[in-house]
Structures are given as structure tokens and as C-alpha cells.
Design a protein around this ligand. Structure first.
Ligand code: NAG
Ligand code: NAG
Length: 183
């Protein structure tokens, strides 16, 4: 039977974790408890809505960013695409963040509010084996620009209209609201 240890209010509990001596490398479990924080780099949203006919639309939204859990060595790449017009991301679907070390994370994004949810599971095997599960969310404030163009003299085969939205990539950090350790 597995033992579950719920570490709510992560910040206060982290203080009770023994700090490693400088001569020994910090164990994965200790690092996970003391600085599991996600660093988001280049959070980017963009979309394109192209009409090839007045009644035929091709619409796509994209989100891309790099994600690092400061307790773990590797950087994950997160990306998502959606065809659900018109906000594309509604905070109701998990997308993958691929980790070269195998500790893949997942994220959700809600375009209307800017809410970003992240969850990640990872295992520490360097000392006593322990698995972690962390979840957290924050709000990103996007600064976006939309460029619309309508073909003044449309003929079949040309674009009838285009609408491109681009945002300034954002960097931010996100602390897990909940960290669960399982031994
Ligand atoms: C994201 O990671 C890729 C590959 O590791 C790198 O080329 C790119 O510059 C990174 N982007 C940002 C915004 O950090
Ligand atoms: C629209 O395109 C047609 C065919 O190329 C051309 O004959 C016509 O002059 C164009 N009209 C305008 C307003 O540009």
C-alpha cells in the first residue's frame, strides 16, 4: 500500500525539509520539495483565420513555450494547436510539454482569462524512490495585435480575407499550489 503525503501550502512545508550540506549534491527528493517551481519562457499565443471563400474559413490557434521545473535538470517544450474558433483555447483540454528526460508535464490555457494550468509527475530514484505530482496555475496577461485584411477584388483561388493575431512572448514563473509525494 502506497503512502501518500499531501504537501499543501507548499511554501511553509518546504522550510521543514533539511537543507543539504554543501559537500553533497542535493538529492532529487530534497530539490523537489525545496524548489519545485516552473519557469515559463517565451509563452506565445498566435492565431490565423483565413477565408478562401466568403463562406469557407480555415482557423488555427497556437500556443508554444519552454518550461523548466527548477527541481529538475531538463527543459521541456510545450506546444498546442486548436481549431476551436474563436478563442481556440478554453482551459478544458490538457496539452503535452515534452521532456527529454521523460518527466512530461501538461498544460491548459484559457484564452479569455489568460489562465495557465500546469501539472507534472516525476520520480526521484537517486536515494529512496519517491514520486511527485504537482499542479499549479497562474494568469498570463497577453499583449496581442491583430491584423485584418480583406481582398478588395476577390476572385476564386485567392484569399477572401485574412486575420492574424500575434502576441509578445511572456516569461513568468509558477509555483505549484499543490505538491504530492508518494513513496
Ligand atoms: C526554447 O527552447 C529551444 C530549444 O531548447 C530554444 O532553441 C529556444 O531558444 C527556447 N526559447 C526560449 C524563449 O527560451
Ligand atoms: C478586379 O480584377 C479584375 C480581373 O483581374 C480586373 O479586371 C478589375 O479591373 C479589378 N477591379 C478592381 C477594382 O481592381
Amino acid at each position: 500500500m502506497a503512502q501518500y503525503l499531501f504537501l499543501l501550502l507548499f511554501g511553509t512545508l518546504a522550510a521543514s525539509v533539511p537543507t543539504p550540506t554543501t559537500s553533497e549534491p542535493e538529492s532529487c527528493a530534497s530539490a523537489s520539495m525545496s524548489h519545485a517551481t516552473w519557469e515559463v519562457k517565451g509563452f506565445n499565443y498566435r492565431s490565423s483565420v483565413i477565408y478562401t471563400f466568403p463562406s469557407h474559413r480555415i482557423a488555427n490557434g497556437y500556443v508554444d513555450f519552454n518550461l523548466t521545473n527548477l527541481a529538475l535538470p531538463s527543459t521541456m517544450t510545450c506546444s498546442a494547436s486548436s481549431v476551436q474558433v474563436m478563442d481556440f483555447f478554453y482551459g478544458n483540454q490538457w496539452f503535452k510539454c515534452l521532456d527529454p528526460a521523460g518527466n512530461d508535464a501538461e498544460f491548459q490555457f484559457d484564452k479569455a482569462s489568460g489562465r495557465v494550468d500546469i501539472q507534472q509527475k516525476w520520480e526521484c530514484t537517486d536515494s529512496n524512490p519517491v514520486s511527485f505530482m504537482a499542479t499549479g496555475s497562474t494568469n498570463v496577461k497577453l499583449e496581442c495585435q491583430t491584423k485584418r485584411w480583406q481582398n478588395p477584388n476577390w476572385t476564386s483561388g485567392a484569399f477572401y480575407s485574412t486575420e492574424y493575431t500575434d502576441c509578445i512572448p511572456q516569461d513568468f514563473t509558477l509555483k505549484p499550489a499543490e505538491l504530492m509525494a508518494t513513496t
